[in-house]
Design a protein around this ligand. Structure first.
Ligand code: HEC
Length: 152
């Protein structure tokens, strides 16, 4: 019978590319989703996005800091902040549409590549972040508390 084999063929053509596509690495995800604002170097750009270099290791060392980083990716971030002495007041979109595995991979890349840190927010951190709805002002207040805690 011709029809089922043609059908199988079509199905394979649809499914195979997905099967052979490899999981995106943290570096690839950073290039695709973060670099436009935070720059390839992670140094950010004045008036656009803060640096991710050397500013996150101490926060990532704290459980509540990792929870905060997970929340930043899930909910995005907006409103006035200061990073390395420079003011920023931009908009980071939420990345809740990406699966946890991608969010974890890109955060691991940012922490390892730009902050010499092996810490990574856990699957539990991302699940809790997805379950929570946090106001931008509250998210920034938590950032201030964390920075006071790490002495930054
Ligand atoms: C459209 C621009 C844009 C994109 C894309 C973007 N960000 Fe951001 N990001 C920002 C801005 C702007 C802020 C600061 C928001 C504010 O001023 O409150 C920020 C803040 C952050 C912070 C907190 C920095 C700190 O000092 O507390 C982290 C961490 C971060 N971004 C990581 C990422 C990662 C990882 C990605 C990619 C998945 C990403 N961002 C994509 C614009 C962006």
């Amino acid at each position: 019978m011709k029809l089922p084999s043609a059908f199988t063929c079509c199905l394979l053509a649809l499914v195979l590319p997905h099967l052979v596509a490899h999981a995106a690495t943290g570096a690839e995800l950073f290039t695709a989703t973060c670099q436009a604002c935070h720059q390839a170097s992670g140094e950010g750009a004045p008036g656009i996005a803060p640096p991710l270099t050397g500013t996150l290791a101490r926060r990532a060392a704290l459980p509540e800091g990792r929870a905060w980083l997970a929340q930043t990716l899930v909910s995005g971030m907006t409103g006035p902040i200061t990073a390395r002495g420079e003011p920023y007041n931009g908009i980071m979109p939420p990345f809740a549409a990406l699966p946890d595995a991608d969010l974890m991979a890109v955060m691991a890349y940012v922490l390892a590549q730009f902050n010499a840190s092996t810490a990574v927010p856990s699957a539990e951190d991302f699940a809790a972040a997805r379950a929570r709805s946090v106001k931008p002002s509250e998210h920034r207040a938590q950032r201030s508390r964390l920075l006071a805690q790490t002495g930054e």
